[in-house]
Design a protein around this ligand. Structure first.
Ligand SMILES: [Fe+2]
Length: 387
């Protein structure tokens, strides 16, 4: 029989794939979390071979904003102060008492033992800001952060800038300024995730859609798998320096549009919340660090949607090159391993990072991030500094 002239077939599966693609648009979420994916029962009591959470006060909730009517107002501009500029570059206050200070690789990263971050005085904190800006990421071992009263940990981080309150993530009850990364014990979302994607790599710098994205940033572990769940960092200043002077010059003056909208859509799609209306902001593609004067690439696939003023194909072409350059350059990356008591400190202005979702046996992973905001990204002209 001849086919009908107009044969309309509604393919629900295809529509679903289309809808999913719409909400991703370059954004990729390997660690989907929300009130529906947090199993409080198994977290508080343990489940099967998994013990209860070691830090139940840090279990995520999504209703801290109930008291203010459910939504935060837009973030307001503030005057940022860069403490790294006041640092003694000999780092004598930071490292007094250190038992070991070692580079992780030649191009990025250090590991420090014997220094208790929470005990640093003002001079030590200033040096911390500069040291982290220079090394890009530093793992401090055997810290007491996780055992401090939560407010004390927040107060420590706020020396470096006001806390960013994440628009979608879970936070400890009563402490919205803490961003939690949490997967419950016996969680199966890793298996679900790999049904859909080939890998969990999501290079990004945190919340770059904000007008004043974070600088010196702290992440500490509460509970983690026995192996896996490392975090990878890349030196975005070295990524800039690897480019030819002619190519560097072309990047100067360009601005990229960073968007929170896809993250918000994804949060709503999985039944989570959006506690502040999503924003988009434009930042220079090359930014300068206020303490070191280094220039760094400042684009990431998670949040950048377009080079401002470029047509879509032009923008996609340039951004793909930059993303590939960053992702393939393992010679400017470090893979940092977690251990109980570890606090990783990095400078979000000159690095990108990715979590690695490589354990699928249902072990709990639970970390807390303190995210001081910094200055609005700015650039200085090509060739005017140490670069
Ligand atoms: Fe991150």
């Amino acid at each position: 029989m001849a086919p009908a002239l107009i044969d309309v077939v509604h393919n629900a599966d295809a529509e679903q794939v289309y809808a999913k693609n719409q909400s991703q648009e370059g954004y990729k979420e390997a660690f989907a979390q929300g009130p529906k994916t947090t199993n409080y029962e198994s977290e508080l009591k343990g489940v099967g071979k998994h013990p209860p959470a070691k830090y139940p006060l840090y279990l995520p909730v999504w209703d801290n904003e109930k008291d203010i009517g459910g939504k935060y107002p837009p973030n307001q501009p503030f005057e940022a102060y860069e403490h790294g500029k006041d640092a003694d570059p000999s780092f004598k206050n930071l490292f007094k008492g250190a038992s070991s200070v070692e580079d992780i690789t030649a191009n990025i990263g250090a590991e420090v033992k014997g220094v208790q971050l929470s005990k640093l005085d003002k001079a030590g904190k200033d040096e911390l800001a500069l040291y982290v800006a220079q090394k890009k990421v530093v793992a401090f071992r055997d810290q007491d952060f996780a055992d401090l009263p939560i407010q004390d940990a927040i107060d420590f981080a706020e020396y470096f800038g006001p806390s960013h309150i994440h628009p979608a993530s879970g936070a400890p009850k009563g402490y919205p300024k803490v961003h939690l990364v949490h997967r419950s014990a016996a969680d199966t979302t890793a298996k679900d995730y790999f049904e859909e994607r080939t890998n969990s790599i999501t290079w990004h710098s945190d919340v770059t859609y904000e007008q004043q994205p974070p600088g010196t940033t702290f992440l500490y572990i509460l509970d983690g798998p026995s192996a896996g769940g490392d975090t990878c960092f890349v030196n975005q200043a070295e990524a800039y320096r690897r480019l030819s002077p002619e190519f560097q010059k072309r990047l100067h003056g360009l601005k990229a549009v960073h968007s929170a909208h896809e993250q918000a859509q994804n949060a709503l799609a999985r039944g989570s919340i959006v506690r502040r209306d999503p924003v988009a902001n434009t930042h220079p593609v090359v930014r300068t660090h206020p303490a070191t004067g280094e220039k760094a690439l400042f684009v990431n696939q998670q949040f950048v949607r377009r080079i401002a003023g470029f047509k879509k194909e032009e923008s996609d072409y340039l951004l793909k090159f930059l993303y590939d350059h960053i992702a393939y350059s393992q010679d400017i990356q470090a893979r940092v391993k977690w251990a109980p008591g570890t606090v990783i400190v990095w400078d979000n202005r000159v690095t990108a990072h990715t979590a690695i979702l490589d354990w699928q046996d249902g072990q709990r992973r639970h970390l807390a991030r303190l995210t001081p905001q910094a200055e609005p990204p700015y650039e200085t002209p090509f060739g005017d500094s140490s670069n």
